[in-house]
Write a protein that binds this ligand. Structure first.
Ligand SMILES: Cc1cc2nc3c(=O)[nH]c(=O)nc-3n(C[C@H](O)[C@H](O)[C@H](O)COP(=O)(O)OP(=O)(O)OC[C@H]3O[C@@H](n4cnc5c(N)ncnc54)[C@H](O)[C@@H]3O)c2cc1C
Ligand SMILES: *[C@@H]1O[C@H](CO)[C@@H](O)[C@H](O)[C@H]1NC(C)=O
Ligand SMILES: *[C@@H]1O[C@H](CO)[C@@H](O)[C@H](O)[C@H]1NC(C)=O
Ligand SMILES: *[C@@H]1O[C@H](CO)[C@@H](O)[C@H](O)[C@H]1NC(C)=O
Ligand SMILES: *[C@@H]1O[C@H](CO)[C@@H](O)[C@H](O)[C@H]1NC(C)=O
Ligand SMILES: *[C@@H]1O[C@H](CO)[C@@H](O)[C@H](O)[C@H]1NC(C)=O
Ligand SMILES: *[C@@H]1O[C@H](CO)[C@@H](O)[C@H](O)[C@H]1NC(C)=O
Ligand SMILES: *[C@@H]1O[C@H](CO)[C@@H](O)[C@H](O)[C@H]1NC(C)=O
Length: 563
């Protein structure tokens, strides 16, 4: 609204040179106020095209070669503000405005236009709290919406918004180790690591190892520690023993939408601290750094079990997983039920190798009978596990992908009937979407402080974060994207919901079109989260897709409507 009014008063000449309804002199003033760190953003793959937004441009063969060669590399994409890991969010799905290549094969782009899609025309490379304050003031005054991007991993594209001013926190790269960290104005102290908002897991895992510590974090090199992961929940394969990301953070430094630099911990701005521990990224302010409690360096037991799935052995496989899951969770096992190769990769920080071997005996015997293997071993630290397993299995990105999921309560695993239902569901899911991908990283045997975090309470008594996903090729039509998204949505809201009707889902890895996202992502915490949102962002300067205080789909026109 504000932007339209603003436009109406400009002369035609200024309109012609304005971007997002803001004159070039005002953009210049913003640039000066952020120390020259305002940048233009063009689509990631533009160097491979000779037409940009309908106009002829020069291709850049060398830059294009590097983009093609590294198109699916998370580390390469991490360095570009314009790149997302899930590339549909670089595009405007509902209009087809995009600039994508085909992963794997060079694409003949002759005659094809590279269009801006959802990539903001400008972004600020954040260095200081004052940069963030300037961005909020500019947004309030000029009516230009904001978007906050860290690594661009978000599965709902919450780090993008069409025609927004981008805030990029990637270059906040500090790391500090504390043998004793006392949150400001508190008395208790913790062994902890403080990271700038741009720090990723591969960085902090190495840093923790160098300090003889274990950092509890996600299963990916390039996901950010302090952004969507931490604020949305943050599961780890070590979460069964050591809790979620929201359980480990002890202090957050952020700039709230009123422009104030604040410290949130359990002794000051407690309401904000609670909301930031589960309410989600992009909602309550721009985080500059966060401090997390660490564990000592410790040996980790690992089981790498694979087998050849067939229609005759799958029921037994699923039955073994389901029958053992409560015991495994109690013993401290966490990991993933994998799609390709089929099997599990679990870790345990509490058992000895002998205990671990006994614990997994039924599964190991199954693998031996089904053309598979189960290798148990002890690695001396989490970082050694990370190097050997997580890095080796790094998920390729650069494709279009979304997820849908539900947290499956422990109670479902505790009756014969409940277990049979889960097995039946897994067989159906396998038939429709392929082998289920199940992060087993709920904090099931972690002794949490009730009421300290705002994630859905479903996390606390669930055993599995049962998920599925869909992908589609870069040249898909708008209609086929809608059909694909709709098929996933229906499966989540029919089959998966029937399995766990009163549970919830992980807000970072749920269905993009979740029907009742307030309850599903936050349960009873939603009303209080909304009150905190209104207190710290009364002007509604921050908004993202199905986030706390979301203003609705009309504000995000690039998401197509389902049929
Ligand atoms: C390959 C892959 C592996 C994953 N593995 C795991 C896993 O093991 N465990 C797990 O729990 N999740 C995992 N995820 C999901 C991940 O937690 C989410 O995608 C999360 O949103 C990523 O946060 P980000 O800050 O890195 O990404 P971004 O897309 O940059 O940001 C995500 C959200 O946080 C906001 N945000 C980012 N930075 C800031 C900031 N400084 N201040 C305020 N808001 C900010 C953004 O606006 C956006 O709303 C994985 C995702 C992928 C693609
Ligand atoms: C902002 O200022 C810097 C330094 O003067 C300049 O390099 C940069 O191009 C400017 N950004 C924009 C978008 O004009
Ligand atoms: C990208 O690909 C090229 C060609 O394969 C390679 O030489 C380069 O190291 C890769 N990484 C970057 C950051 O360019
Ligand atoms: C690329 O496509 C254009 C237009 O469709 C066509 O004329 C040209 O021959 C193609 N080039 C190659 C190398 O295939
Ligand atoms: C799982 O447990 C049920 C009893 O609840 C039992 O009938 C079934 O055989 C078990 N499955 C396997 C593979 O051991
Ligand atoms: C056994 O496993 C190997 C490797 O996973 C696979 O190539 C082969 O097809 C499998 N054989 C059978 C009979 O399933
Ligand atoms: C896990 O086991 C499978 C099957 O033996 C093997 O192919 C794979 O490389 C192993 N993973 C790692 C990281 O060692
Ligand atoms: C997309 O490209 C593939 C080849 O890469 C082709 O087989 C398919 O027909 C194309 N689909 C559309 C909708 O153009």
């Amino acid at each position: 609204m504000k932007r339209l009014l603003f436009l109406a008063f400009l002369t035609p000449f200024v309109v012609a040179t304005s971007i997002l309804g803001v004159s070039s002199s005002e953009w210049h003033a913003l640039n000066v106020s952020v120390g020259g760190r305002l940048h233009t953003a063009r689509p990631f793959s533009l160097p491979c095209f000779s037409i940009y937004n309908g106009e002829r441009v020069m291709m850049d063969e060398e830059a294009c070669g590097a983009i093609q060669a590294n198109y699916t590399s998370p580390n390469f994409r991490l360095e570009s503000f314009s790149a997302n890991m899930n590339v549909e969010y670089e595009t405007c799905m509902s209009t087809g405005s995009k600039c994508l290549l085909s992963p794997g094969s060079p694409l003949n782009t002759t005659g094809m236009s590279c269009d801006q899609g959802q990539v903001p025309p400008y972004y600020i490379d954040i260095q200081t709290a004052a940069d963030v304050k300037a961005a909020f003031e500019f947004s309030a005054h000029a009516g230009v919406p904001l978007s906050i991007k860290n690594t661009g991993h978000d599965f709902m594209g919450r780090s993008r918004r069409k025609d927004s001013l981008g805030i990029w926190t990637h270059n906040l790269q500090s790391m500090t180790y504390h043998t004793e960290f006392t949150p400001s104005e508190c008395t208790a102290s913790y062994r902890a690591i403080t990271v700038g908002a741009g720090v990723t897991f591969e960085q902090v895992y190495k840093f923790a190892e160098d300090n003889d510590a274990t950092f509890i974090g996600g299963y990916a090199q390039t996901v950010g520690v302090s952004g969507g992961w931490m604020m949305g929940g943050g599961h780890s394969v070590l979460s069964p023993s050591f809790g979620l990301g929201v359980d480990r953070v002890v202090e957050i430094k952020l700039v709230t939408p009123d422009g104030k630099l604040r410290i949130a911990n359990s002794c000051q701005n407690e309401d904000l601290f609670w909301a930031l521990r589960g309410g989600g990224g992009g909602t309550f302010g721009v985080v500059l750094e966060s401090t997390h409690q660490v564990e000592p360096r410790m040996p980790i037991q690992v089981i790498n079990m694979t087998f050849s799935p067939t229609s005759s052995n799958l029921p037994e496989y699923f039955s073994i997983l389901v029958n053992n899951s409560v015991r495994w969770g109690t013993e401290g096992w966490g990991g993933h039920v994998n799609r390709q190769p089929a099997g599990i990769l679990y870790v345990n920080p509490r058992l000895s190798l002998g205990e671990a071997t006994n614990s997994m005996a039924q599964l190991s015997a199954f693998a031996a009978r089904n053309n598979g293997s189960a290798v148990l071993q002890t690695l001396p630290s989490w970082y050694e596990f990370f190097l050997n397993f997580v890095v080796a299995a790094q998920a390729a990105v650069g494709n279009s992908m979304v997820l849908g999921s539900r947290l499956i309560p422990k109670a479902n695993f505790e009756s014969t009937e409940g277990r049979a239902k889960i097995v039946a569901h897994l067989l159906t899911q396998n038939a429709q979407f392929g082998m289920p991908y199940i992060p087993v990283g709920t904090p099931i045997s972690f002794n949490y402080t009730p009421g300290a975090t705002s994630v859905t309470p479903a996390w606390r008594d669930s055993i599995w974060h049962l998920s599925t996903g869909v992908t589609w090729p870069p040249n898909s039509t708008i209609q086929s994207i809608r059909t694909t998204l709709g098929k996933l949505h229906d499966f989540v809201h029919q089959d998966l919901t029937a399995l766990a009707p009163n549970s919830g889902a992980y807000m970072n890895e749920g269905d993009v079109y979740e029907s009742d996202h307030e309850f599903t992502y936050w349960g009873d915490n939603y009303a209080r989260l909304l009150a905190v949102k209104r207190k710290y962002d009364p002007r509604g300067l921050l908004d993202c897709w199905r986030c706390v205080g979301w203003k609705g789909a009309a504000e995000f026109p690039c998401f197509p409507q389902l049929d």
